[in-house]
Design a protein around this ligand. Structure first.
Ligand code: ZN
Length: 325
């Protein structure tokens, strides 16, 4: 009887500890992360010492996010604001100003070697340029503005080597904001960096077996440039590096031609973009839809990609399943 009572008290204590995460939330460092992928990374490094709120929710598109007054109020009450940078959060400065945020903003992509892309030609720099001369003449003849627009590709997190830079920046940002937690952040970051390095090896191993002819794929917006550069896939996207710009009829016609000519094996939907354009492309070409990739946001907790590393596992599993058969 007495033992049972002790056990019940013990259980009650465990529940209490579990609910409060070992520390009162009032004592925790208040961090805001702009989007869900970054939010997970901050949670991994911050552990119990940090309360993380994510502005753009899972399965939502950060390119076209429209912050609410409630978001501004939340940011005003935070001590540190983690953003991707590289122009990903076009709404960020306006939000910072309107909120009167007094804390520190940390761009997690600091130190990343950015990929640029010319929106005109629809492919990343460093890739072999196709002979487009004839098409360019046609377009000039139609009197279209043909200035090549150089845009920075913000999706650096899709290369796990960049993910390691993100983690280092998050760790250093947390230490600067909360020096007492230095040892905790360092241990958490070291563990996480290790897990990221292992996942990087796993991704390389999984994709190594794909035949040369099956390494070119279509996604709706150009979110996988860093992924492709790091892991040896060529990604073609009708929509460019931001979902804000819609694909032109010309872009779509070009991709349909390309799928047929180059026998591209599959198109992939994304969790953050409308499926209609790719459905149409698949119908017109007969190309297979290979599944859904997580590009700019995680899934909810019960979905297939609730963390940054789960996202890679899911995406690589989806890619290999569709491309090896
Ligand atoms: Zn994107």
């Amino acid at each position: 009887m007495k033992n049972r009572l002790v056990m019940q008290i013990g259980l009650a204590l465990l529940v209490l500890l579990g609910l409060s995460g070992g520390a009162h939330s009032a004592d925790k460092l208040k961090a805001i992360a702009s989007f869900s992928i970054l939010g997970d990374m901050v949670r991994q490094v911050g552990g119990d010492r940090v309360e993380v709120v994510t502005l753009v929710p899972p399965d939502s598109d950060a390119h076209v996010f429209d912050p609410t007054p409630a978001d501004a109020k939340m940011l005003a009450g935070a001590e540190i604001f983690f953003v991707n940078g590289l122009g990903f959060e076009g709404w960020m400065e306006r939000l910072e100003k309107s909120s009167g945020f007094k804390g520190k903003t940390v761009a997690a992509s600091t130190g990343v070697k950015p990929l640029t892309m010319s929106e005109e030609e629809g492919h990343h720099h460093g890739e072999e340029a196709k002979d487009e001369d004839e098409h360019e003449h046609e377009e000039h003849a139609k009197g279209e503005d043909h200035d090549e627009e150089e845009v920075t590709d913000p999706h650096a997190w899709q290369d796990l080597a960049n993910g390691k830079l993100y983690v280092a920046n998050i760790r250093d940002g947390l230490i600067a904001a909360d020096p007492e937690g230095k040892a905790v952040y360092e241990v958490n970051a070291a563990k996480y960096l290790d897990a990221i390095a292992k996942e990087d090896e796993a991704v390389r191993a999984a994709l190594a077996g794909l035949p040369e002819g099956r390494r070119k794929i279509i996604t709706s917006h150009d979110a996988f440039g860093y992924f492709g550069a790091a892991y040896g896939l060529e990604i073609i996207a009708p929509e460019g590096v931001s979902t804000e710009s819609e694909a032109s009829a010309q872009d779509v016609a070009k991709i349909i031609r390309q799928i047929k000519e180059e026998k591209i094996p599959a198109v992939f939907l994304e969790n953050v973009t409308d499926h209609r354009l790719l459905d149409q492309i698949a119908r017109e070409t007969g190309v297979k839809i290979g599944g859904t990739l997580y590009s700019d946001a995680l899934s909810g907790p019960d979905g297939p990609a609730p963390t940054y590393l789960d996202m890679f596992r899911h995406n690589v599993g989806t890619l290999t399943a569709a491309l090896s058969s």
